[in-house]
Design a protein around this ligand. Structure first.
Ligand SMILES: C[C@](O)(CO)[C@H](O)COP(=O)(O)OP(=O)(O)OC[C@H]1O[C@@H](n2ccc(N)nc2=O)[C@H](O)[C@@H]1O
Ligand SMILES: Nc1ncnc2c1ncn2[C@@H]1O[C@H](COP(=O)(O)OP(=O)(O)OP(=O)(O)O)[C@@H](O)[C@H]1O
Length: 305
């Protein structure tokens, strides 16, 4: 069905942490990170439609049921984002019907909830507070989650602090990401708590002007880590199985866990190779969530309106 003219829709792309170093811990317990992130062209979709009264949210899509089992609908980050923005704009959050098409796995290390909240903030800023600056939106977002500022930026970036300092980097060389989630939800606080070393070195310097080739990018990544990967594998050993399965399939350039897991990604040269690996993996592991997508999403409304 074509969207009605009053309906606004936005893609909430997955976030991938290509590298994630934990470099310290703040007095309040939050960890300092140094991370390189990107946003593949795959995600949830948030739709906003005017309603006669109230504010409500309907969740559809393949992970709607998992999300309902994971928590109370009132705590959904989409509704939290709508309320936070309305509060900031000094208006009552009313007359709005929101739909979240949940295509990304839940508690999966790919920023699903944060990206949903981001898409909501961007959609509703247009309606409720068009003059609100990006920096102010990021401040509202940070109160909802450490991943919000990077998702609001929505482009490849280096992230420091607890997630609030976002430095955009030049576009990454073309590649395809293969994402694999074994179906185990992983709670972010559990993984940070399980770290045994919290004062690791930062990321190596990024080349000025960006990476000239995929080889150069992958070589640079080879000098980096995801410090959350070992504690996540201890907590959910199936993550180790996912990485081993990805590494069995050539030609992949690099396989690593994203965020606090359990989703792992592989860097592949092109969509054809990624599709072939995905087919072979799916035959071996029919219950795993396996998707491939170009590394960069085109930001904006999901339907181009
Ligand atoms: C692991 C990452 O996804 C990497 O991008 C983020 O650092 C986590 O971002 P997030 O899921 O938006 O995290 P939040 O919802 O803000 O925090 C959940 C919990 O994770 C822990 N947490 C989160 C972020 C951070 N930099 N240090 C932490 O220690 C805290 O215990 C916090 O209570
Ligand atoms: N719209 C939403 N989508 C997913 N999870 C949500 C949403 N709203 C609230 N949550 C809650 O947030 C928690 C984290 O889910 P989410 O999918 O955002 O984790 P994640 O992918 O590990 O995020 P990150 O990579 O930012 O750490 C879940 O326990 C879930 O109940």
């Amino acid at each position: 069905m074509a969207p009605s003219s009053a309906e606004r829709r936005r893609l909430a792309p997955a976030k991938v942490n290509y590298a994630l170093h934990v470099t310290g811990r703040r007095a309040d317990g939050y960890h300092l990170i140094d991370s390189l992130v990107g946003f593949p062209a795959i995600g949830d979709t948030v739709t906003a439609r005017p309603a006669t009264e109230g504010l409500d949210l309907v969740v559809t899509g393949p992970f709607a049921e998992t999300l309902a089992e994971a928590g109370n609908m009132a705590e959904n980050l989409v509704l939290q984002a709508a309320r936070a923005l309305a509060h900031h704009a000094g208006i009552a959050p009313q007359g709005l019907h929101l739909t979240l098409e949940k295509s990304l796995p839940i508690a999966a290390g790919i920023g699903g909830g944060s990206s949903d909240a981001t898409a909501t903030l961007k959609l509703l800023r247009d309606l409720w507070a068009p003059a609100l600056a990006d920096a102010e939106l990021a401040r509202i977002g940070l109160a909802l989650g450490a991943d919000l500022p990077m998702c609001l930026n929505g482009r490849p970036a280096r992230i420091t602090g607890i997630g609030e300092t976002v430095t955009t980097i030049p576009p990454l060389p073309d590649h395809t990401l293969l994402l694999v989630n074994p179906g185990t939800c992983v709670a972010t606080p559990t993984i940070f708590k399980a770290l045994t070393q919290r004062d690791n070195p930062p990321l190596p310097d990024l080349p000025r002007g960006g990476f000239d080739s995929l080889e150069e990018f992958v070589d640079w990544l080879g000098e980096t880590r995801n410090d959350l990967e070992p504690p996540a594998i201890d907590t959910a050993p199936v993550i180790g199985e996912v990485l081993a399965a990805l590494r069995q399939h050539q030609p992949i350039r690099l396989a690593r866990m994203s965020g606090s897991g359990a989703t792992c990604f592989a860097i592949v040269d092109n969509p054809v190779e990624a599709g072939e690996i995905a087919t072979r993996l799916a035959a071996q592991h029919p219950t795993w969530w396996i998707r491939s997508a170009p590394a960069t999403s085109s930001q904006g409304t999901a339907d181009g309106t």
